[in-house]
Design a protein around this ligand. Structure first.
Ligand code: SF4
Length: 251
């Protein structure tokens, strides 16, 4: 049963007039949300041990809403790198309250972080791509590997339009690095459709999105973007766009 998704309805429907832009957008979101729900259900039924990585970006909040409101048999986990913005922690707390749930949070290994900081410095990720990638590895990739252990598939909120590194993102793929199936149910969603879903369902979201942060990661590696800039321009802004992935989604 698609209980929550089927609640999406165009507003101000009037059979005597042509559909408004809002009607068209709501209909588009409605159809895509139904597809995403069907894909998630199929993944859970087919692969059993399925987990969703919620990084509290706006796309991930859409999937969190669909999974929890429809009580899907999909675990949800999050990574706390130790360098997240305070607004993300606020959203984590708000999510627990709104959905009456408890988060499953994975942290980096304390000894590895201590070693890195002692040898390279607390903000060494600004100094070179290698040091940035090793920081992402210890704070994100290694905890992700622990979170995926024993799982047969994982779900992400990635969209193809988010970055030049994601333009050919399929809805389903084999994650060679982690050796399991990977689903990207929002692959073909536009940013406008994501926000339409959030507004139509009153889904909680990160307050930084209202301060020109379309994509949010760790605090020291994320900045606001200017009008017209790429959605991911505020992530690792000092690096070349083609290298801007943290290692969670490598081929
Ligand atoms: S985004 Fe920045 S602070 Fe966060 S893990 Fe990567 S390099 Fe480290």
């Amino acid at each position: 049963m698609m209980a929550e998704v089927s609640m999406l309805k165009p507003t101000a429907a009037n059979p005597a007039t042509s559909p408004t832009l809002t009607d068209v957008l709501a209909a588009s979101v409605n159809a895509k949300a139904v597809d995403a729900l069907a894909l998630l259900k199929k993944a859970a039924a087919e692969l059993k041990a399925v987990t969703f990585a919620n990084s509290f970006g706006v796309e991930d909040m859409v999937l969190t809403d669909i999974i929890l409101k429809n009580k899907l048999a999909i675990d949800i986990f999050s990574l706390d790198t130790g360098r997240l913005p305070v607004e993300t922690y606020d959203l984590m707390a708000a999510t627990e309250k709104y959905y009456n749930t408890k988060l499953n949070v994975f942290f980096p290994q304390a000894q590895t972080v201590e070693f890195y900081v002692k040898n390279h410095g607390i903000n060494a990720f600004y100094e070179s791509i290698d040091l940035r990638k090793s920081c992402c590895h210890m704070r994100k990739v290694e905890p992700l590997q622990r979170a995926l252990k024993g799982k047969t598939a994982w779900i992400t909120g990635m969209r193809a339009a988010q970055a030049t590194t994601r333009t050919s993102l399929p809805v389903r793929e084999y994650d060679e690095a982690n050796k399991l199936e990977k689903f990207n149910p929002l692959s073909d969603w536009t940013e406008q459709e994501v926000w339409a879903y959030i507004r139509l369902h009153n889904v909680p979201f990160n307050a930084l999105h209202d301060q020109f942060y379309p994509s949010i990661g760790c605090a020291p590696c994320t900045r606001a973007v200017a009008v017209g800039e790429d959605v991911r321009a505020g992530r690792w802004w000092w690096e070349d766009p083609t290298s801007k992935e943290c290692g969670l989604h490598v081929k």
